[in-house]
Design a protein around this ligand. Structure first.
Ligand code: WQD
Length: 338
């Protein structure tokens, strides 16, 4: 069974390629290497012993997308990770985000709509909820006005897929709304490779722990939470990757109830920034150098998932604890800096 993974050399993409290969799928990766490296293939091979087909394609080039699907006409499913994902950058460069995240999705869906049957998994985000009114957040929580062009591209992306599925019954799709992915494969052969200064909390923590960064800035401790710092649902990237394979199989096996479904992917547990810092200190045995600074604009106070739908309908549940995920993130950081 041949599956296309766009953005397959990225953080979540590469972990999903590993899980797909381990479940017997033949994987073709498209990546433009704008936020990844071809060396990730070596890590994938080191884990699974299987080398995925890789094609460096810029999905913004429509003719290249059409040509790819002509050459690979036996593809059973597409898992679409390829997108720009830095919230702050999206505010500075909105057109880059709308072009990259929306046009590429449209070109892929146009090709899938030509097929007799197509299965599509979309990388979405809890960011579509904005600051949800009630915790934990269910899939029926209202989608709120996006706080950033990045978040807007995920909302628009979901709408494009939903509308397309309505007029293309041969297309079945699932949108997976990730909470906060973190960690690395236990082999430490693949993991998160942020380019430049990490925007996300966990890589900034591990880079501070290893001495690459001087000090972590904690963006505010005056929020209405247990310890004043923001709360998020940190999910191990391997748990997230496994959910993608389960979702794809659901569509391939025709088990989906409608041809467009949405699932939250989280642990169901909220952790504050200080709790994440303490988890790092516990698993690494190191004291983390941090200071409290002003709030970061656009941050929501709290976001953690109600996972009942994914647990009962998808038959998936996150298995790793925060400490286990943090240990894998730290082991990875130590490995790549050694
Ligand atoms: C987590 C918490 C920060 C860095 C974003 C996107 C989401 C997804 C994941 C792509 C917040 C605090 C952070 C730092 C800090 N992106 N923090 N110091 O903002 O919840 O989610 O990344 O898929 O769509 O919205 O993640 O890791 O940036 O922040 O105090 O140096 O850590 O204020 O409370 P976020 P994050």
């Amino acid at each position: 069974m041949k599956v296309l993974v766009t953005g397959g050399l990225g953080f979540i993409g590469s972990h999903t390629v590993v899980e797909l290969q381990e479940q017997g799928f033949e994987v073709v990766i498209i990546d433009d290497l704008s936020n990844s490296s071809e060396k990730v293939i070596d890590g994938i091979v080191a884990i699974t012993g299987k080398k995925p087909v890789f094609e460096k394609i810029d999905l913004k080039e429509k003719s290249k997308v059409e040509d790819f699907f002509k050459r690979h006409n036996t593809i059973e499913g597409v898992i679409h990770f390829a997108a720009s994902k830095a919230v702050g950058e999206s505010v500075e460069k909105p057109l880059l985000y709308y072009e990259n995240n929306i046009s590429t999705l449209v070109y892929i869906l146009k090709e899938l709509s030509k097929k007799d049957k197509a299965n599509f998994i979309f990388s979405s985000s809890c960011t579509v909820y904005g600051q949800a009114d009630t915790m934990p957040i269910t899939e029926s929580a209202p989608v709120k006005a996006a706080e950033s062009p990045y978040g807007n591209t995920k909302q628009i992306g979901e709408e494009i897929i939903s509308e397309t599925c309505k007029v293309a019954p041969s297309l079945s799709a699932i949108a997976l709304r990730y909470f906060n992915p973190m960690g690395a494969h236990p082999s430490a052969e693949i993991g998160e490779l942020p380019i430049g200064v990490p925007q996300n909390l966990v890589p900034f923590i591990t880079q501070t722990g290893i001495g690459m960064r001087q000090q972590l800035s904690v963006f505010g401790d005056d929020y209405p939470t247990t310890d004043g710092t923001c709360v998020r649902d940190y999910i191990h990237v391997v748990d997230l990757a496994k959910a993608h394979v389960i979702a794809l199989k659901r569509l391939i096996d025709g088990k989906n109830v409608t041809n467009y479904e949405v699932f939250n992917l989280g642990t169901g547990t909220g952790s504050s920034v200080l709790e994440v810092i303490h988890s790092f200190e516990k698993v690494s045995g190191k004291k983390l150098n941090y200071k409290i600074v002003d709030r970061r604009p656009g941050d929501v106070i709290s976001a953690y998932a109600n996972t009942e739908k994914a647990n009962s309908v998808l038959g998936w549940k996150a298995e790793s604890t925060l400490d286990q995920a943090m240990k894998s993130a730290w082991d990875w950081e130590v490995k790549i800096r050694s």
